[in-house]
Design a protein around this ligand. Structure first.
Ligand SMILES: [Ca+2]
Ligand SMILES: [Ca+2]
Ligand SMILES: [Ca+2]
Length: 187
């Protein structure tokens, strides 16, 4: 059986390979129902995780659900990973998309920053890592990557910057926002 996460490269000519690898990794880590794409059901699962971890109630919880209801169309329509990635490339190229991604990252940061001092330490960051079941051996490495000024805490700005870099930057670097980068499988 072909892998759920195999890409049809004939439809992805000229797309930067490193960006493809990290985007596939992102989808795999967010594909909670294991159907090969990041879909609306996965988004609801993300919302549930965020609400539970943040112990959010009422309007704050509602806000998380509402955010996820407004995902771009390919979250509803893509039936395989190649189609999803093609949708993601359009989204990435849309100048209106970075604020949407930043909002998502800000929401996560606020949940991790439970004492609201606009900083998360390694323990706070571990909550994000564990929420996705990422390999614990890489936790410190990514924490240190995001903590660019090496003061032992991640600021809101650092967290958002690393998430945006992961989604948009096509140059290879050490950012493993959703854990170790997977190898590409091609059909
Ligand atoms: Ca899915
Ligand atoms: Ca804090
Ligand atoms: Ca820092």
């Amino acid at each position: 059986m072909a892998s759920l996460y195999a890409l049809d490269m004939s439809q992805l000519k000229g797309v930067a390979i490193f960006w493809l690898k990290k985007t596939v990794t992102k989808v795999m880590m967010n594909d909670f129902n294991k159907n090969g794409v990041w879909d609306m059901e996965d988004c609801r699962k993300s919302a549930e995780k965020m609400i539970k971890i943040g112990n959010l109630k009422g309007a704050k919880a509602e806000e998380v659900y509402t955010y996820w209801e407004n995902m771009p169309p390919y979250f509803n329509t893509a039936t395989n990973l190649t189609d999803w990635i093609i949708g993601e490339i359009d989204f990435r190229n849309d100048p209106n998309s970075p604020p949407i991604v930043s909002e998502y990252l800000e929401k996560w940061f606020s949940i991790l920053d439970s004492d609201r001092d606009d900083a998360i330490d390694l323990n706070g960051y571990k909550v994000f890592w564990d929420a996705y079941g990422l390999d614990p051996d890489y936790l410190k490495r990514q924490f240190d990557y995001i903590d660019a000024d090496k003061d032992g805490i991640i600021s809101r700005q650092d967290f958002v910057k690393a998430g945006i870099d992961f989604c948009y930057n096509t140059e290879e670097n050490a950012n493993i926002f959703w854990g170790p980068i997977k190898d590409l499988k091609m059909v």
